[in-house]
Structure formats: structure tokens, C-alpha cells
Ligand binder design. Structure first.
Ligand code: PRX
Length: 652
């Protein structure tokens, strides 16, 4: 039996998990290959090297242009235009086309609230809600190209808001509802949003999170924001600003059920999504309508093999790219039925997720290694109480999955019969880039190979392709859902992603390839942390710490953590004459939470007199990390203050 095989043995034997024949035979990708007379996976990869042919051909299967494109790709590094000349709007494929056919009464979203309330929205229901809100936004003066900020939890009004913006050609900028009001303010001001959408509150671990209150704080200084729309979710009392605030149910009440879908250029921007980089300031990633629609829909259709009969559950938050691409746009374009769950995975009991899978007959389930490890800790007994036989495919994303967690997921959630699609991608890529298809054998912990139509590789520092020894993960050809730049910062876009090696995109990850050409992602190469799969810049947390009046300097590193993947450890230098104390430690930790959000709460915070620096004054995070993790520091003779290394060593 599978679970009697130890993971060590499994890895030593280099055991692979071949896809069941039935899965291959009935898969969407195999069906497409048959139509194109392509016999094998390798032949498919080879054919798809002609990216213009490939993406042009597959686009026919997933999108309907208002006006067809003249040319598939215009590539002027680092700027790409896809499906040039096409007139398009992603909302046509996500909604409008479905209400014209049998799908109009199919369920698009099954919503499960944390307290147990549920709602089912058909494609037509969703269509009506989106159109009403789109008309209301127009009434508030929102026009094509305007930015709309969205600060909503996992309720159907979040996709409704995004689609309403896209419908009228406005650009949405969703901020994860777990971010603090200050983090929201920073993003909304950068985006210069005209209107913002939120709710009174939502449920998390049995408590109400007062989102409107956080929004009021955020908008204390947000000069561009003229109107705020508030959806009533919890019904608790909220403060009201007559000049600015509108209830969702009032402003949409008498709006018509139809609103014209704006005819856009396929390369017009669809959304901004802020993500962390190596500086203290988050970057606004831009995605565009046409290429993003083709890329997200095709990858979901092929990797997770989504069919009309599937119940798809991507258990991410829509506030991150995973939710944008694979809860909102791709499943809607494919006409799939998806689950949206508001609350915590283990509330009120650790089997909450498994009970939802059983109740709704979820067939394809996608989550993160952190969540899997958390459930592993609770023990498989919780999953065993439920009939999970409806599941036919599983997936993971966000961080490397350790083979132990992989096996646990395979045995206990997939009942030893479901393939696990480990998908590597980023906010910037918009879609999966390296991931299995139902045609390929799996190795636990490997993301397998770049998908057809994508070219990725591993480079050493000289820019040469390498395999086993590992190096920088790069993407060497443009792809349709790629980012179209950094908002307000074209120079940084070039320097950050396209400058290290000629002609290739630098992912910022370290990877290696094994003898079979399988990719193994090892983690970030730069100063970006992955805490519970959330991407956080070290310097963002450091900036938050030094914004406290008693702090002079701060350094943040990531430490391996059994469940979260990484946890945050901070070293803080206080102002002269300020006394270190446990109370101050707590105050500083809470200060970081207030500045950014709970997801960045430092696990450890140490007071030190100094931190190691180079002669030019640059903080040596590498050295600090090595000392903290009891690893060799290498040469520290170039440090200006080698004695500071001792300070870090003592702080344990
Ligand atoms: O380090 C990689 C890791 O997540 C980073 C991207 O983070 P973000 O933009 O927040 O998007 C996360 C969801 C797409 C990558 O640079 N990462 C993502 N997927 C995997 C992964 N690391 C290992 N295996 C994965 N499957």
C-alpha cells in the first residue's frame, strides 16, 4: 500500500506517478492533439515551439473576438502585444456569451459563507448583478481607463465588482482583504482610484472583521477617491460619510439588467495587481484583456482538464493572482462551476474543507502546500470522516511542496488515485508556466516541464543553460498572459525582469533540472519571502519597522518553518537611550501588522545594537541569514562591523 512506503524510499527509487490511461484518453489536451494529428506529448511540445502558430490555434478554442486579430504577436523586448488588431473584452467570454446559450442557468458560483449561509449564482444571475453594478459605476462617473479600487473578502461581490469594471473598460485594482488599511491606502493612492468598493464586514474564525472601518481609515488620505460603494454582508452598524458613501443595494437597485460591454483593444489593460519585490514599495503589475483571457482559459482547460460537468475549487483568495486567474476569469470563460468559500480552512473544525468537498461533490481541488501541511498536522482522521470520492484531480501552488506533504495529499485527499498538478507561476506570468498536463508522469516535489507554448530554462551566472547544478529560472519567449509592464514604472520593468541576461525574463527563483528535464523549484533567489505562500518583500517589513518612532534600523530574514514554509525573523536596532523590553517587542510586532497586515506578523523579533554592513553601508542580509540559520557566513572580512555578527549570533 502506498502509505506504507516511506518517502525516503520513494525518493531514492525516484518513483514516478503515471497518469491513469482513462485520464489521458478523455483529457481536453489529448482531444486537441487528436484534432491536430499530434501523437505524443513530446511532439506537442515541439510543435508548440512555434508560439505564434500555437497560441493562434488554441485561442480559437477558448475566446470569441469582436473583431479577429491581424497578427498573433508583436515582440519588441520587453514590450509584447498579443492578438494585434483584435477588438475584445474579457467579459464577453466570461459572461455575455454564456447567457446566449444553454449555460445561462448553469451555476457559476456556489458560495459558502463561514457561518454556514450559502448562495448559488447561475451565469445569468451573475450577468444581471454585474450589469447593474456596471451601470452604477457609470453613474458615479467611471469611464474607460479609470481605476477602481476593490477591498472585498471572499464573497461573490468580489468577482462581480471585477467583472463590472472590466465590462465598462475600467481597470480594477483588488487589494487582499487581509492587508491593513495602511497597505490599502498605499496601493489605492498609487493607482489613483476614482471609486472604491468594499463591504461592512465579513466573517473570519467566527468573528466579524470590520472592513468598512478599515476602509474609512484608509481613505482619510486618498485624494483621488470620490465615491465608496459598500456591500452589506454582516449588517453591523458602520460610520457613514454622506458625501462619499453609497450602499451597494441602493445604488444598484433600480439599474437596468443590461449594460453595454465596452469594445476594447485586445491589449487594453484589464487590471493592476500589486505584488512584492525587493524594494519597500509594492509593484503594480499590469495585465491586459486578450492575451490574459487566452492564457488563463487554455491553461485551466488543459492542466486541470476542466469540463462542463466539473465542480472546480481553487481554495485561494481572489485578492491574489491565483484567485484573479483561476477563480474569476479562467473558470468563467470555460463556463465552469466554482466554489467560493469565505472563511478559514479549519473553522469551526479542521474538516471544514473536506465537508464542503463532500457536500458539493467537488471534482477538482487546488490549494497551497502550506494549507496541506496544516491539515497534515491535524491528522488524516478529519478527511477520513468524509467521502472525497468525487475528486478526480488535485493541484498545488505558491511554494515548493515537500514530498512528505505531496504524499499525504495524494494518499488522504486523492485516495491514491488522483494526479497532483504542481503549478509554477507568478503574479507577473498571469498563468501557469511550468506544470504537468494529464499526459505526463509526476515526481513528488517537481513541477515537471514548461507547458506547450512556454519556454523556460535554468541559467548559471554566465547565462549558460544548466541542469543539475541549478541556477536562475528564466523564461525565454514571451507568452500571452505575461505582464504588460509595471504601473508608472517602465524603466523598472526593464531593469527588474529583462536585464540580468540578454533576451530572457528573470523569474527571481532558483531551480534545477533533473536528467529527465523535470524542473525542481528551490525557492526565491532575491530578497522576497514566501510566508504561507504569500509573497512579501523583506524590505517591506523592514520599512514598516523603521517607520516606528523608536526604531533606527531593521533587518528581516526568512527562516524555514514546518507549516508556513518560511517565517519572519526581525532584528531591530533601537534609538539611543531606548530600552529594549518585551512590551516594546510586542508593540513593534503589532506595528508591522498595522502597517501591512496579519500575514506578515514576525514570528521572532530581536533587539540588537548593530547589524552587519558592508563598508559602503549596505546591510548584509546574506550574512545575517547564515548566522541565524547556523550556516557558514563565508568571507566577512569586507564587513565594516564584523562584531555585529556576534550580536546576531547571540540573538537566538
Ligand atoms: O517563488 C515562486 C513561488 O511563488 C512565487 C510567485 O509568487 P506570487 O506572485 O505571489 O504568485 C503565487 C501564485 C502563482 C514564485 O516566484 N511559487 C509559485 N508556485 C510555485 C512556487 N514555488 C514552487 N512551486 C510552485 N508550484
Amino acid at each position: 500500500m502506498e502509505d506504507e512506503v516511506s518517502v525516503d524510499v520513494l525518493l531514492k527509487e525516484n518513483r514516478v506517478f503515471a497518469p491513469p490511461k482513462e485520464l489521458i484518453k478523455n483529457s481536453n489536451v489529448k482531444n486537441w492533439m487528436n484534432k491536430h494529428n499530434i501523437k505524443t506529448y513530446d511532439e506537442l511540445l515541439l510543435k508548440a515551439k512555434d508560439i505564434e502558430w500555437f497560441w493562434g490555434e488554441v485561442s480559437k478554442d477558448v475566446v470569441e473576438w469582436f473583431k479577429p486579430y491581424d497578427k498573433v504577436l508583436d515582440w519588441n523586448l520587453p514590450w509584447a502585444k498579443w492578438f494585434i488588431g483584435a477588438k475584445y473584452n474579457i467579459v464577453h467570454d466570461a459572461l455575455d456569451k454564456h447567457v446566449e446559450n444553454w449555460r445561462k442557468n448553469k451555476i457559476a458560483y456556489i458560495f459558502v459563507g463561514e457561518p454556514g449561509d450559502t448562495r448559488k449564482l447561475s451565469f445569468r444571475d451573475l450577468y444581471v448583478e454585474v450589469n447593474k453594478l456596471a451601470n452604477a459605476l457609470k453613474g458615479l462617473g467611471v469611464r474607460k481607463g479609470d481605476k477602481v479600487g476593490i477591498y472585498l473578502p471572499m464573497i461573490p461581490e468580489l468577482p462581480i465588482s471585477m467583472l463590472a469594471c472590466a465590462k465598462i473598460g475600467a481597470i480594477h485594482s483588488v487589494v487582499f482583504s487581509g492587508f491593513s488599511s495602511k497597505a490599502f491606502r498605499e496601493r489605492v493612492n498609487d493607482a489613483e482610484a476614482k471609486v472604491v468598493i468594499t463591504c461592512d464586514g465579513f466573517y473570519r474564525r467566527g468573528k466579524i472583521i470590520h472592513l468598512k472601518k478599515q476602509m474609512d481609515e484608509a481613505l482619510e488620505w486618498a485624494p483621488s477617491v470620490k465615491s465608496l460603494i459598500i456591500y452589506r454582508r454582516t449588517g453591523h452598524e458602520v460610520q457613514w460619510n454622506e458625501a462619499r458613501d453609497h450602499w451597494w443595494h441602493e445604488i444598484t437597485a433600480y439599474q437596468p439588467n443590461h449594460c453595454k460591454t465596452e469594445v476594447l483593444d485586445a491589449n487594453d489593460p484589464l487590471y493592476l495587481l500589486y505584488t512584492s519585490g525587493t524594494t519597500g514599495k509594492p509593484k503594480g503589475i499590469i495585465h491586459a484583456h486578450g492575451g490574459y483571457a487566452v492564457g488563463t482559459a487554455l491553461t485551466l482547460k488543459w492542466v486541470f482538464d476542466i469540463k462542463a460537468s466539473d465542480i472546480w475549487w481553487c481554495a485561494a483568495d481572489i485578492g491574489w493572482v491565483t484567485g484573479h486567474s483561476y477563480i474569476v476569469y479562467a473558470p468563467l470563460i470555460l463556463g465552469a462551476t466554482s466554489i467560493i468559500y469565505e472563511g478559514s480552512p479549519d473553522y469551526p473544525k479542521p474538516d471544514r474543507w473536506w465537508s464542503i468537498i463532500e457536500k458539493y461533490g467537488v471534482t477538482v481541488f487546488y490549494t497551497s502546500p502550506t494549507a496541506i501541511r496544516m491539515h497534515m498536522r491535524y491528522g488524516e482522521g478529519w478527511a477520513k470522516r468524509h467521502d472525497l470520492n468525487s475528486i478526480r484531480l488535485l493541484g498545488t501552488v505558491g511554494e515548493p511542496i515537500n514530498p512528505e506533504a505531496w504524499m499525504w495529499y495524494y494518499n488522504n485527499i486523492g485516495s491514491e488515485r488522483c494526479q497532483i498538478m504542481d503549478t509554477w507561476w507568478q503574479t507577473e506570468t498571469g498563468t501557469f508556466v511550468i506544470a504537468p498536463l494529464p499526459l505526463i508522469s509526476l515526481k513528488p516535489g517537481s513541477v515537471t516541464k514548461p507547458l506547450p507554448g512556454f519556454e523556460a530554462d535554468v541559467y548559471n551566472t554566465k547565462g549558460e543553460k544548466v541542469s543539475q547544478e541549478g541556477g536562475d529560472l528564466i523564461i525565454s519567449k514571451p507568452w500571452p498572459a505575461m505582464l504588460r509592464g509595471l504601473y508608472k514604472n517602465p524603466k523598472k520593468y526593464m531593469n527588474y525582469y529583462w536585464n540580468k541576461y540578454p533576451n530572457v525574463y528573470l523569474a527571481g527563483d532558483i531551480a534545477r533540472k533533473d536528467k529527465d528535464g523535470y524542473f525542481w523549484i528551490q525557492g526565491r533567489a532575491d530578497d522576497v519571502l514566501k510566508v504561507s505562500g504569500h509573497r512579501i518583500g523583506n524590505s517591506e517589513v523592514e520599512s514598516a519597522l523603521v517607520s516606528h518612532k523608536l526604531v533606527v534600523e531593521a533587518v528581516v530574514i526568512g527562516k524555514p518553518h514546518e507549516v508556513k514554509g518560511e517565517s519572519i525573523v526581525a532584528y531591530v536596532v533601537l534609538k539611543e537611550d531606548v530600552e529594549a523590553s518585551d512590551n516594546l517587542r510586542i508593540e513593534l510586532i503589532e506595528h508591522v501588522v498595522k502597517e501591512i497586515g496579519k500575514i506578515v506578523r514576525p514570528e521572532e523579533l530581536w533587539f540588537v545594537k548593530d547589524v552587519p554592513k558592508t563598508r559602503s553601508g549596505k546591510i548584509m542580509r546574506r550574512v545575517i541569514r547564515a548566522v541565524a540559520l547556523n550556516k557558514s557566513t563565508g568571507d566577512i572580512s569586507t564587513l565594516r562591523n564584523p562584531e555585529a555578527v556576534e550580536e546576531i549570533r547571540k540573538a537566538k
